[in-house]
Design a binder for this molecule. Structure first.
Ligand code: ADP
Ligand code: MG
Ligand code: MG
Length: 252
């Protein structure tokens, strides 16, 4: 069984005002096949955690560790992380001018698997995966993220999940900007990957809405760069009723 282990993680960034300490000692263990929700108020460091796992150069690890089956993730390049089976859906995905969705996905698949998928079947594979997400077939020929609506960006992320078959997915605010129908389709995609391939999920979200469709096994509440509370799905239900006020009062 694969395990992603985060120990006493401390992360800072350089700003015009100097060094800003964002993560102040985060501990989190995710096993294959588990769904973990990371919730918390804006600015608590949720995206910083996602970017750090993905290896974004802006974030400096000051201490602690991230390991994947005992391997040092922090020592791996971004490509190596992807090949090891980590998938990060960016909160603000970038445009890739001149590269179609089909070609982007084939390149990513080749990089991750170490061999090119059969050209003969690739088109059909993409089409089939798009069908499951109820995406228009013309989407495959569009340039990556160019003029994508919020919902299309999210579906494109889930399309990558379907095709690249990572072991762990870190999904940052995948619910933001989705209407209820798109939210259901995206959630179904995550649940399908979870059920079919035992995908482990770190689902980062400010709101509890998506947790009506994706049931977490564990919920972690982030406040000021640390895990302030942990529990099961019932914790998400309580947050839906009470919000984050309690934690912010305790902090002040
Ligand atoms: P969350 O995702 O929980 O809203 P973030 O991880 O995005 O929180 O941000 C945590 C804190 O770090 C915030 O105070 C935010 O303003 C700051 N921060 C994060 N990234 C940057 C950055 N690139 N430049 C300046 N400040 C940043
Ligand atoms: Mg489950
Ligand atoms: Mg964020």
């Amino acid at each position: 069984m694969s395990t992603l282990e985060i120990r006493d993680l401390k992360v800072s960034i350089e700003t015009d005002q100097g060094t800003k300490h964002i993560l102040k000692g985060v501990d989190l263990t995710i096993n294959e096949g588990e769904i973990h929700a990371v919730m918390g108020p804006n600015g608590s460091g949720k995206s910083t955690l996602a970017y750090t796992i993905a290896g974004h150069p802006r974030y400096t690890v000051e201490g602690g560790s991230i390991t994947f089956d005992g391997q040092d993730v922090l020592a791996m390049s971004v490509d190596e992380r992807a090949r090891a089976g980590l998938f990060l859906a960016m909160q603000y995905p970038v445009e890739i001018p001149g590269v179609t969705v089909t070609n982007f996905l084939r390149t990513a698949k080749t990089a991750i698997d170490g061999e090119e998928p059969s050209i003969r079947h690739w088109g059909a594979t993409v089409k089939d995966a798009m069908g499951k997400l109820r995406m228009d077939p013309s989407f495959a020929a569009r340039n990556v993220n160019e003029g994508f609506s919020g919902g299309e960006k999210k579906r494109h992320e889930i399309l990558q999940l379907e095709l690249l078959k990572p072991k762990f997915a870190i999904l940052d605010e995948t619910d933001s900007g989705l209407d209820v129908d798109a939210l259901k389709i995206v959630s179904e995609g995550v649940n399908r990957a979870h059920e079919e391939t035992g995908l482990g999920v770190l689902l980062i979200t400010h709101y509890t809405r998506i947790l009506r469709y994706i049931t977490p096994d564990f919920v972690h509440v982030f406040v000021d760069g640390k895990v302030a509370e942990e529990g099961g799905p019932e914790l998400a239900e309580r947050l839906e009723d009470e919000g984050y006020d309690r934690y912010l009062v305790a902090q002040a």
